[in-house]
Design a protein. Sequence first.
Length: 299
Amino acid sequence: GTSPWRMRYMARQLERAAAMRFDTVAIAPPFAAGRAGDLFLTADHDRLDRRLGTGDAAAALARFAADCRGVRLLPMLDLVVDRVAVEHAADGLSRWYRADASDELPDPRRPPRRPDVARLSAASDLTGAVDWWARRLAEWLDAGIADFRCIRPHRVPAPFWRELIRAVRRHRPQAGFMAAPPAQPAGSEALAGCGFDLVASGARDWDYRSEDFPDAVHRLARIAPLIAMPEAPFERRLGRAFRDTGRAQRAARRALAFATSYGAGWMMPMGFEFGAARDMDAARDRPEDFVRLVAEAPF
């Protein structure tokens, strides 16, 4: 189960989000992580991550969804399909996921391969993987989850998304899917026509003058209506670019004003409202870290 302190803490944060007039709360995958401790590298989708408590993950999602709806918030779950922890791939997913080859020579043009990651293999017969994921998403929808924020969707074959979204909507027609690609993903055009309802767009690095960002927005808008972000969850904080608190606050207000001026809605990473300069860390963050962030908020 979850400790009483954590339950009270979560309830306070949901009430705070509702008081700020948001209508949806998205959470990172709460499932048991692999040895790296990264919540976005799941080792077991059945179990809750030990930092969040113990027990069945679906039951925990049901409690989260009920708490959200208790304050009139829709619960959204981050969905990671392109990769899992190697421990998970060795436990039933090895037909579709492949671990990085440890004997592969390093390529200085690319980030180093991670030995703890197993990636979805486009060379595999993906029909079974679609069925596996469709059953999982149906279980989470039955637990009360309303929408899914799909991480790195451009790294998953477009036919996979079309079949998965179609299969899930046969179970729950109103299930929502948001694509969350990088600002300028290669091959993002392939996501058009896959069935996504929304696509995320972040403007943190734009200088408000160059034409590359409007061009990227135009390409993303071909996928689905845009959800704007002043900064993206688990990426570099906007506030890190400024040493002066006054400039950081002005930049945050400008980013917020711009995010609310285009698209079908906007998403705010938790902590932005307190001028957070510390990046979210999916492997090391604890609730106590956010308590300290609020206590030390520069504005």
